[in-house]
Design a protein around this ligand. Structure first.
Ligand code: SME
Length: 162
């Protein structure tokens, strides 16, 4: 297994994702344990792209429960009708929030988080997981993040749910 991630310094975020995604896939492909793979995916995203917080919430008995993450302490449980995570899980679509203070019901785990993207993984009609990425900069996420993070979630879905 690879022991470190190699991302060319100074790349645009799009180019960095292009180098990073195949490396994440190579690391998680041989492993069958979901938690181990989510842990390494969170670590590699956080380390390579410098986000403030990267982590997963799992749908356990119709509540989102904190899973593997990298970054500061986070809220443990999120109801489906609460926060950006709950909204993305309920709508079953990616949400990009340029300014978290303007999102009704946003849950502030940290006051340093300014913008956020949440990508759900849906299998057979059920939201199984969400990936939540927080930035300490306003308006830090675009359709580029959406495209690559959705690609990553599709890969995790193929590995663990199909
Ligand atoms: N801000 C999220 C909660 C999770 S933390 O940011 C880690 C939300 O509104 O759902």
């Amino acid at each position: 297994m690879a022991e470190s991630i190699l991302i060319t310094p100074g790349l645009s975020r799009e180019a960095a994702y292009r180098e990073l995604l195949p490396q994440i896939e190579a690391v998680i492909q041989p492993e069958t344990d979901l938690i181990a793979n989510l842990a390494n995916a969170a670590a590699m995203l956080k380390e390579s792209l410098g986000f403030f917080w990267v982590g997963f919430y799992r749908n356990l008995e119709d509540e989102l429960v904190l899973g593997p993450f990298q970054g500061p302490l986070a809220c443990t449980r999120i109801a489906f009708e609460k926060g950006v995570c709950g909204a993305a899980a309920t709508r079953q679509e990616t949400l990009v929030v340029p300014d978290v203070e303007k999102f009704p019901g946003h849950i502030a785990c940290s006051s340093e988080s300014k913008s956020e993207i949440v990508v759900p993984l849906v299998h057979e009609g059920r939201t199984e997981l969400v990936l939540d990425v927080d930035s300490d900069k306003l308006d830090d996420f675009s359709e580029i993040d959406q495209r690559f993070l959705e690609q990553l979630m599709a890969y995790i879905r193929e590995l663990h749910y199909v």
